[in-house]
Ligand binder design. Structure first.
Ligand code: NAD
Length: 357
């Protein structure tokens, strides 16, 4: 049961990616430990990589203490350059103050690095019982526009406006990624999730682009599902879905719903795919300020994100070993963290995973 990969392989490694293992070289990757629980769970990943002998040298970058005018955020220009140079990295969660302050760190990263698709696999974990045993779906979220374009302003006192931007270019790009992903990962169906009955222009354009791309992939079943119905069906029968592609905001919300199907946010990984073959992996969850600094966080989601990064690098041997060790630890049940009903601390769980590698 625990052999092989539950996580789907990442599609298409960049042809000229600057990493290689054949010669035993060490690969440089950028690491953003991030905020809140980020540094604790990033430490877990480092420990697990050490035990598995992953030949990665981290370039660590922390969120700065003042706004860098070149990025207009607390992220430094040097940290963005590090990802551009290495083309591969792992990111901890970054907190965004609600309703005020600087440009969101996550939005800055997505825009500056052209992270156009966010791939969020969601798989039931063997031995960890939830209502469903067989959840196996992937949300592919458009990552650069929609309601997250950052264009908000006050029209007159008491009236604010937020612009939802959908472009043909970004919609075709994410749709192409979703179909290519489905094809290269043995998936059968792509569902475009939308609200085009109300948002006729924006979601209408998104759907039009998905249809155009679908025609190039006759072997993949294509369907369109209104987001309300999608939520209901996911809760009642998640097995009806396979790969879901959708605009930014819907992807943000639906993937948390999916996390809930398999046991929560502590379990779901993701990978951002960017221009020029960039792969920046990160957990779906945020900085969890309620449990930060308490050694309580579940590092599984970030560890599985790191596994996605390893598969992208084609370090499949280490990816399989780490992945199996995580699944075995959770399946045995002795060292589960509190979010999964257990008593283990972050470090207890990390040690148990290391012992299983
Ligand atoms: P959150 O994901 O941080 O937390 C939601 C709930 O899930 C909390 O109860 C938390 O304790 C729990 N949780 C999350 N991750 C967990 C883990 N690994 N182990 C155990 N429990 C876990 O969402 P939030 O509270 O809405 O957001 C907090 C901050 O994170 C905000 O500033 C938000 O903007 C930011 N955020 C960042 C990202 C990102 O960096 N990609 C994503 C989402 C939210």
């Amino acid at each position: 049961l625990l052999q092989g990969s539950v996580l789907p392989r990442m599609a298409g490694r960049a042809a000229a990616a600057p990493f290689s293992t054949a010669s035993g070289e060490t690969v440089r990757a950028t690491l953003f430990p991030g905020d809140g629980i980020g540094p604790e769970i990033a430490e877990s990943v480092k420990q697990v990589f050490n035990v598995a002998g992953v030949p990665i040298e981290w370039e660590e970058h922390y969120v700065g203490t003042e706004v860098d005018p070149r990025t207009e955020s607390f992220l430094t220009w040097e940290s963005l350059e590090s990802v551009r140079r290495n083309k591969v990295g792992l990111k901890g969660p970054m907190a965004t103050p609600i309703g005020k302050g600087h440009r969101s760190l996550n939005l800055t990263l997505r825009k500056e690095l052209g992270l156009y698709a966010n791939v969020r696999p969601c798989n039931s974990l063997p031995g960890y019982k939830t209502r469903y045993d067989d959840v196996n779906l992937v949300t592919i979220r458009e990552n650069t526009e929609g309601e997250y374009s950052g264009l908000e302003h006050q029209v007159v006192r008491g009236v604010v406006e937020s612009l939802k931007i959908i472009t043909r270019q970004a919609s075709l790009r994410v749709a192409e990624y979703a179909f290519h992903y489905a094809k290269t990962n043995g998936r059968e169906r792509v569902s475009a999730i939308h609200k085009a009955n109300i948002m006729r222009k924006t979601d209408g354009l998104f759907l039009k682009c998905c249809r155009e791309v679908a025609e190039k992939y006759p072997e993949i079943v294509y369907e369109e599902v209104i987001i309300d119905n999608c939520c209901m069906t996911l809760v009642k029968n998640p097995g009806l879905f396979d790969v879901l592609v959708m605009p930014n905001l819907y992807g943000d919300i639906i993937s948390d719903l999916c996390a809930g199907l398999i046991g929560g946010l502590g379990l779901t990984p993701s990978c951002n795919i960017g221009e020029g073959g960039i792969c920046l992996a990160e957990a779906v969850h945020g900085s969890a300020p309620d449990i930060a600094g308490k050694n309580l966080a579940n590092p599984t989601a970030l560890m599985l994100s790191a596994v996605m990064m390893l598969r992208h690098l084609q370090f499949n041997n280490q990816a399989d070993r780490i992945h199996n060790a995580i699944l075995q630890t959770i399946s045995e049940g002795k060292f589960r963290t509190a979010d999964l009903g257990g008593k283990a601390s972050t470090s207890d769980f990390t040690k148990a995973v290391c012992d299983h590698i």
